[in-house]
Design a protein around this ligand. Structure first.
Ligand code: FES
Ligand code: FES
Length: 175
């Protein structure tokens, strides 16, 4: 006979992972999601809970280089992984190339979707220096925005590519 164990009787789990470059150790409940603990235990509130069911992308974080929905990942799955959130993009208060491009193109309106968009774009640009428009569109296809036009968001990622290449000294971007 299947007997349900009350939640309060389930033991906490101990996990360790790298969060925005720092090694962290945390005690979690077995049912908590990655999004729960990133927001509630580490107070990194950039990733948002929009739908909670993998539809909107507002909760996007980067896990081992891939953009994932924090609402669909159990916190236990973070053990041993490398996690990046939007808070890790800037350095000493200076915006990174993606943040600059999003600002330049005026794509941040209510801003609810922006952290997720940035992290999906980051995962793409870490993997590919010169993604095509089609590839950018595909990478952002899981991120919904109810305010700004998607055209401007894709333009912003293209501008970010140019800024990144220029910063890296690409002659084609320095003409
Ligand atoms: S909150 Fe995770 S996809 Fe919507
Ligand atoms: S800027 Fe409001 S949802 Fe995208």
């Amino acid at each position: 006979m299947n007997q349900e164990i009350p939640q309060e009787e389930l033991a906490d789990l101990e996990i360790s992972f790298t969060l925005n470059g720092c090694q962290v150790h945390v005690s979690i409940k077995p049912w908590e999601t990655a999004l729960d603990i990133i927001r509630n235990k580490f107070q990194l509130t950039g990733a948002k809970e929009g739908c909670g069911i993998g539809e909107c992308g507002a909760c996007t974080i980067v896990m081992d280089g891939k953009a994932v929905n924090g609402c669909l990942i159990l916190a236990a799955q973070l053990d041993g992984r490398t996690i990046e959130t939007v808070e890790g993009l800037s350095s000493n208060g200076a915006m990174n190339y993606l943040q600059k491009a999003f600002l330049d193109k005026g794509v941040v309106q209510c801003g609810f979707c922006t952290p997720g968009m940035l992290m999906s774009a980051k995962a793409l640009l870490d993997e590919c220096d010169r993604p095509s428009k089609g590839r950018i569109t595909n990478a952002l296809s899981g991120n919904l925005c109810r305010c700004a036009g998607y055209v401007q968001i894709i333009d912003a990622v293209e501008e970010a590519v140019a800024i990144k290449l220029k910063d890296a000294g690409d002659p084609a971007e320095n003409r």
